[in-house]
Design a protein around this ligand. Structure first.
Ligand code: 13P
Length: 251
């Protein structure tokens, strides 16, 4: 009922030529895969070249952030409409690195989410607890406030264009993946929360991705969990063969 989504977040890596070469290499590796959506997320400067290279394939393109205004005197910002113009269908919002280093809050993530949805982009809204929060027993409280804050004032119709990515901060770039059970526990909690905030039908349709040291070796176990609908992959998405192996988790 939910089509799995595998997304690669390249963070601050790859020039335009490296990014387009990746797309050329990835296309044949994922052409035959059935029933999986594939998204890659390069830096802003490579978006339009990557979108052009991916045209006609199943690969979709996401930006890693956006602003909430469409235009104006906002030096350095990029509007959702410009991302669409560059060929994006998706945008990542509220990544923990943006929260940690660039002052992203639930409130700014919510403003960006609403603006991106109004433009017709699909939002990958990221949430996740730090190690300190997990060890203090605050995981569910943190996730609940990030989700209620991030989805603030969104109606059910808008929620159809939202994908939630659960990325425990302690598992990002550390090689330390959440166990299948740990991830499933939080995913189930998120789905129940969406049911409470919206409806069971909305909760049943929303995609919840796991992120944090996903690799070809651990993706199958994660994807076998009932509430894990895909992955947001950092390091292992930088090489076409390892990313393709994750996309082909089912074969
Ligand atoms: P890693 O897969 O490198 O741990 O990164 C996860 C991530 O932050 C994806 O957004």
């Amino acid at each position: 009922m939910r089509t799995p989504l595998i997304a690669g977040n390249w963070k601050l890596f790859k020039t335009i030529s490296e990014a387009t070469a990746f797309v050329t290499a990835l296309k044949p590796l994922v052409a035959e895969v059935q029933g999986v959506e594939v998204v890659i997320s390069p830096v802003f400067t490579a978006l339009s070249s990557v979108a052009a290279a991916a045209a006609g394939s199943r690969i979709r393109v996401a930006a890693q952030d956006c602003y909430w205004e469409e235009e104006g005197a906002f030096t350095g910002e990029v509007a959702p409409g410009l991302l669409k113009d560059a060929g994006c269908s998706h945008v990542i919002i509220g990544h923990s690195e943006r929260r940690q280093y660039f002052g992203e809050t639930d409130e700014t993530a919510n403003r960006k989410t609403r603006a991106a949805l109004a433009t017709g982009l699909t939002v990958l809204l990221c949430v996740g607890e730090t190690l300190v929060q997990r060890e203090a027993g605050d995981t569910f409280t943190v996730i609940e406030s990030q989700i209620t804050g991030g989805l603030q004032s969104l109606v059910a119709e808008e929620l159809k264009q939202v994908v939630i990515a659960y990325e425990p901060v302690w598992a990002i770039g550390t090689g330390k993946t959440a166990s299948d059970e740990q991830a499933q526990q939080v995913h189930a909690f998120i789905r129940q929360l969406v049911a409470k905030l919206y409806s069971q039908a909305d909760a049943d349709q929303i995609l919840i991705l796991y992120g944090g040291s996903v690799k070809p070796e651990n993706v199958k176990g994660l994807m076998s969990q009932p509430d894990i609908d895909g992955a947001l992959v950092g390091g292992a998405s930088l090489k076409a063969d390892s990313f393709a192996a994750i996309v082909r988790f089912n074969s």
